[in-house]
Design a protein around this ligand. Structure first.
Ligand SMILES: [Zn+2]
Length: 222
């Protein structure tokens, strides 16, 4: 029987969630659905909900839950989700999680697993505070893992490399605290349903991918 995977992935800024999501969805042959991307796609396609979302995006406001939920629902009904999906960036709140449950229940489906990506806070601080961005072309570097050939100078255009204010260690620590506070109720909500699998991504990304896949496959044999 073909395995069906309906997954959610969560993780702090700098935890490497996007890359992990990409790799895991590729291995499982399921759609990787990043909320930012699907909002943009719905706006571009000019769907009814997309036009609704556009009004808020243009005003620089948060797109309300009912619009986001509707767009997610439409996205999950698309053909590339027949073998499942990995949601990245949604749900962000317990309210949205309940809405997702409603969407799935309406289709006679349920969530398989929630992957919570974990990285030591100091590792995240080190990763993010090492980021440098080119003022001219926007290329990004990492002083330890992806350094430019000449310190402070962009390889591509010769522009000046700077550290964004968001990537200062104090700001990163603050963002991590905010993330933890906001996400705690959501993780608890999923823990009560026995859906949470924690994945440590403090080391090499390949190890985290293997660990996540092994945990998923072991869980599905129960
Ligand atoms: Zn540049």
């Amino acid at each position: 029987m073909e395995e069906m995977w309906r997954l959610v992935i969560m993780g702090a800024p700098g935890a490497g969630k996007g890359t992990l999501a990409e790799r895991i969805s590729g291995e499982l042959g399921i759609a990787h659905i990043a909320t930012g991307d699907i909002l943009r796609a719905a706006v571009e396609a000019g769907t009814k909900l997309g036009q609704e979302a556009q009004k808020y995006l243009e005003a620089g406001e948060l797109v309300p839950d009912e619009v986001v939920n509707g767009i997610v629902g439409e996205r999950l009904a698309q053909e590339d989700c027949v073998r499942g999906f990995l949601l990245d960036g949604f749900p962000r709140t317990v309210e949205q999680a309940k809405a997702l449950n409603g969407i799935l229940t309406g289709r006679g489906e349920e969530l398989s697993r929630v992957l919570v990506v974990e990285v030591e806070p100091e590792v995240i601080v080190r990763r993010l505070s090492g980021r440098r961005v080119c003022l001219n072309c926007g290329a990004t570097y990492q002083v330890e893992t992806l350094p430019p050939r000449v310190e402070g100078v962009c390889d591509i255009c010769g522009g000046k490399l700077v550290q964004r204010p968001d990537d200062q260690p104090a700001t990163i620590r603050h963002r991590l605290v905010v993330y933890e506070e906001q996400t705690k109720p959501l993780i608890e909500y999923y823990e009560q349903q026995g859906l949470v699998t924690r994945v440590d991504n403090s080391g090499a990304i390949g190890m985290a991918v293997e660990a996540a896949l092994a945990a998923l496959r072991a869980g599905s044999e129960k």
